[in-house]
Design a protein around this ligand. Sequence first.
Ligand code: C2E
Ligand code: CA
Ligand code: CA
Length: 538
Amino acid sequence: MLDLLPVPTAIISLSDGTVRFEAVNLSFRAAGFSAPQGRDALLDGLADQITGFLRSVDCRRRMALRIGDAVDSRHYDVTLARRPESVQTPRCVMSLVDQTPEQRTETSLRREMSTDSLTGLPNRTGFADLVEDVIVAVDRARYAVLVVNLDRFSRVNACMGSLSGDELLISVARRLKGVLRSRDVLARTGGDEFAVLLGLREGTEDALQVAGRLQQALVQPFQLSDFSIRVECSIGIALGEDADDEAEDMIRHAQFAVKRSKRTGQTEVYRPHLFDIVRSQFSIETRLRHALEVGQLRLAFQPICDLSNGRINSFEALARWRTPEGEQISPTAFIPVAEESGLIVPLGRWAMDEAARTLAEWDRQRGRDSGARMAVNLSAVQLQRDNVETMFADVLVRHGLCGDRFTIELTESAFVVDPDRTLQTMLALKDLGASIAMDDFGTGYSNLAYLQKLPIDKLKIDRSFITGMLADRDKVAIVRAILSLAQALGMRTTAEGIETQELEHTLVALGCAFGQGYFYSRPVDAAAAYQLLLDRNA
Ligand code: C2E
Ligand code: CA
Ligand code: CA
């Protein structure tokens, strides 16, 4: 009976306080757990937990087992299930599911994704994690994030080639590190941008002093192989006040401050009222509300192609806003405002309805199912505030469409804000037939643990990893890691931002399934999109 089970399985009993194996299956032997060494490794890790379980009244317990050292280890998901026959000799069935490939991919991806390969420092993702740790760990957190941006660095690269640029960045990193205390963290958060995380003892003064030391560290010219060169930097500071801070906000605020510092020529500390974003946001909000009411918004459609045969798999629906004065306002400007003001709810409802209306219209023109599918973006804010499943179900009925014609694109932020609710909504959307895609993958929180637990069908690799990928080994490494993660989790992948044939070839070679980008088509209006569909999928 046991031998029919595909994973290592044993029946275990507890008699006289000793754990005994009563029967084991073939895979258990094959995995080496019957040999003395394997048995010892297993019991070293689990004997206490097995004993605890068998003495308890629980019916089932799951635990993790790691065998081996940090360099070469195997990971198992262990389940104990009680067999009720005998009270005197408690027994259970133990099964071990090997999680090693997933763990390895996750560990290497995590390392890959959080380290800058040039300097070995944490990168933006790694830095955000470290800031998050500080926010969580410290009760009344007093800390600062400093963003150090090198001035006119792109010129250095342009004049001397990127090899010297790399050399210079390494020296800059070394000098910056040299003036920090050992408990401060230095990271490279962008091409020419470093960031520092400081614990504050004396308050703001402390942060300003460190900023001064960092600038001082760069005063001496750098001696490269053939040149001597001076590097200056601008510094922006964001101060952490309390445990409600968000790491991403802290970094963004420091980046706001550094932009201001470039203008004023002095180190700037972020203070919300100094930054007049609020005012411009208010005017966009008023105008957007009006635009929604009078119907100034349109959808543009961009094909997502199957890389194996070039056919259009689906279209992504993207919101477009053209004011009566002819001004085109980018979604990157109005979507955040819509999210903050709550206008995203009517906007998102409109987008879903309009995408479905277009799809139904194409079917009518074609006289049958046009074969097109639609990918619609859904903001995390909408997931929280709106009843998305009812909305989607209504749209399907209104336009007489099946749910399987839709992919819903969500970003990682949806899972950070309210994971339980998001999961419920995803399951409901899937019940209605829709697929789920994780948008902008790699840019956000990259908490990989949740990926496994969610019903995600597709990962969309963010454009920032694809653009310039051919000349950047970090990006290739990340894309490769994301692709193997997706494969391990049984998800399909779309690369965003493919602009050239060369990029397409590389992504095909790396095993990516779908592609989207200007190389295939820019986002176009409904009529042009329908024509593309007829031409490409003839
Ligand atoms: P996204 O979902 O990542 O959409 C892809 C963006 O990349 C689009 O920008 C598209 O025009 C652009 N893009 C596509 N291929 C290429 C390429 O080869 N090169 C370059 N440089 N760019 C390319 P767009 O339309 O400006 O949209 C920006 C973002 O606004 C979207 O990013 C999405 O997050 C948001 N958005 C747009 N429409 C909606 C909507 O209806 N609802 C919600 N919630 N968000 C939307
Ligand atoms: Ca998208
Ligand atoms: Ca995207």
